[in-house]
Design a protein around this ligand. Structure first.
Ligand code: SF4
Ligand code: SF4
Length: 181
């Protein structure tokens, strides 16, 4: 009989302990986001890595040289760089980017690719909505159709040093003057 009542009181006691935690959470401020109902109010942090992108300028040009360093450093083989060799207008061989493929389904968002890119050609954005019905749609081509690498103006050849020529011209009569003395 004693055990019977002990079990009842023990059960009520444990129930009250649970209700205490429930009541505490009930009156605390919410820490979860109401999604998708309040999608417009969501403000992901700027440093949040959600999706790799390749920025293009208004002329549909990007900075990628198709060197493949990002793909080599990716720990998950998420990036595929397809390139080809062409001959430019000066008759010189040139590597151009055909397709820059990014499989967001296998990306671990470590950010190594953006760190190692010598051109700063890729970056992460905050777009976190990637729900699709088939995995193949998670593979994205980051270079836009018809895009090309932006041409960087080569620095002009260093001009002749007039100052030095002038120095020589001045130096000669100085020596003559010194000899006269
Ligand atoms: S963030 Fe990491 S896993 Fe994702 S593509 Fe870049 S290097 Fe690969
Ligand atoms: S994104 Fe950067 S590292 Fe990757 S292939 Fe292009 S230039 Fe090279």
């Amino acid at each position: 009989m004693k055990k019977y009542f002990t079990d009842i009181f023990s059960g009520i006691w444990n129930l009250l302990k649970g209700m205490k935690i429930t009541g505490k959470v009930l009156v605390s401020p919410a820490v979860t986001e109401c999604y998708p109902e309040k999608r417009d109010e969501l403000q992901p942090k700027e440093r949040f890595r959600a999706e790799l992108t390749m920025p293009h300028n208004e002329n549909n040009e990007h900075k990628c040289t198709a060197c493949g360093i990002c793909a080599m450093n990716c720990p998950n083989q998420t990036i595929t760089v397809k390139k080809s060799k062409i001959t430019d207008e000066n008759g010189k061989p040139k590597i151009v980017l055909d397709q820059y493929l990014y499989d967001i389904g296998s990306c671990i968002f470590c950010g190594l690719c953006t760190r190692v890119c010598p051109q700063g050609a890729i970056e992460f954005t905050n777009n976190f909505e990637h729900a699709v019905y088939t995995r193949s749609k998670l593979i994205k081509q980051l270079n836009k159709p018809g895009s090309k690498k932006v041409e960087v103006a080569k620095p002009a050849a260093p001009a002749a040093k007039p100052a030095q020529a002038g120095q020589n011209e001045v130096a000669a009569p100085k020596q003559e003057n010194e000899n006269k003395q």
